[in-house]
Design a protein around this ligand. Sequence first.
Ligand code: HEM
Length: 467
Amino acid sequence: RDPLPGPLYARLTSLILKYHEFTAARTTYIHSLHLRYGPVVRIAPNEVAFASAAAAKEIYCSNGSGYDKTEWYDLFKVYDRRTMFTTLGKSEHAKRKRLLADRYANSNIMKGGVMEGIKQRARTFGELCGQGGKEGVDLYAILHAYAFDCVTLHLFHPHSTNSLTDPKDSEIMLEVTFDSSLQNRLLSHYSPLLHRLLNTFMVSILSLKPRETPLADSFVLNTAAQPHASPFTLLHRLHFQSPLGQIDIAAESLDHMAAGIDTTGDALCFLIWELSQPSSLIYQQTLQAELRSASPDTPFDQLPYLDAAVMEGLRMFPAIPMSLPRYAPPGRTTIIDSYKIPPGTIVSCQPLSVQRLGPEKGGTFPEPDRFWPERWLKSEGETQAEFEERDRGMKRGFMAFGMGGRGCIGKHLALAEMKCLLREVYTRFRTLPDERMRAGEMEQADLLVSSRPAGQRCLVRFERLEA
Ligand code: HEM
């Protein structure tokens, strides 16, 4: 079919799209276009956004790992090296992934070393929440600290951080978390020449700073050189079973560390905030009832409501909500969602739109803007077979962790962290929004691919439940 739906100006210029990128609103802009034009929208002369589960499968899963990544991912190079995340072509990616995938297998995550460490960090987190009293707690910062300590456990144990309680480690977390280099990095990508010319002006007059994380850099460079990491860690694997040199090991480790902080931290932040709203009280209470009636060691697969709450949180508030750009394959026209796409076109889905466009607009989830964990559970009157079919359909349209061979390698780690923390919190506490929070502070604001609460704080009150 032709022509592609979308605003007329998108055929002529990418400037409007870039304007929204620079103002940290690309995701909501593209989503508004999907709401208006449907699941296929031209967003720039050479760029098309899709939002159906079928398009996502084609772009991200065909031949295993989908279409090749675009040079957009150069923005994420570390120490000027390509890591697994920033490799563009399939074979280069597959080679790197083979070196480290087993460290992220669920069986490795569920082993004593990782799980015990996560549980212990979740307990420390619970103690901090309990100390907040009537003052409330800024969850944004301490959830990032929790995610930081968990990911460094998995990467480097026993050289992991303790930013929940140690101010020195907390400084590293704050440096990574409060980064505000979006505009500077975008300009360096789109116009290196202008970036060079305007550099001094941008930094001194406009305060558009480059990404600078000296504390995190030196922590990773030093830690990656440590010879005695525990066998379950990524570092152990990279030292003893990979041909990578010291700088590549540090680059890969830093990349995973950064990938594991904002994502898990913000996914938990948005979910706890939502569960704390009066409109979600019933869901919070159902979760508490399930967790408090189970023994503390109950395996996660026997806690269906916990799983439903996590899935619904990730569906409504995917921590990486933005377009994951790929090139339509070279040498042939491709058909996606019945539209002819020329080779070399930039095609993408953004998890937010795939997960929040209703069936009437070509999406998957009915009432997509309603937070409703029950949608992930068998409903009354539904047969097991009917539920399983509905569940398969929802999973096809679930993209919070990306899809296919280049989807999130840290998924099992992230889910374990999220579930341990929610179990700790909702076994002991009732959570309520703090009145000092202002409208708009919990809107999602874009970074390069991830998003965070616009106000960069999330004040929540914790009330202890009766024993
Ligand atoms: C709730 C938490 C998380 C979410 C929502 C999430 C989401 C994603 C998504 C959507 C992608 C695909 C990106 C793309 O195609 O450009 C991705 C890739 C990746 N994630 Fe995560 N992530 C999470 C946690 C983690 C954690 C804890 C780690 C590591 C410790 C991690 C490491 C990675 C890596 C290394 C990749 C690149 C995979 C590849 O290129 O093969 N993520 N993640």
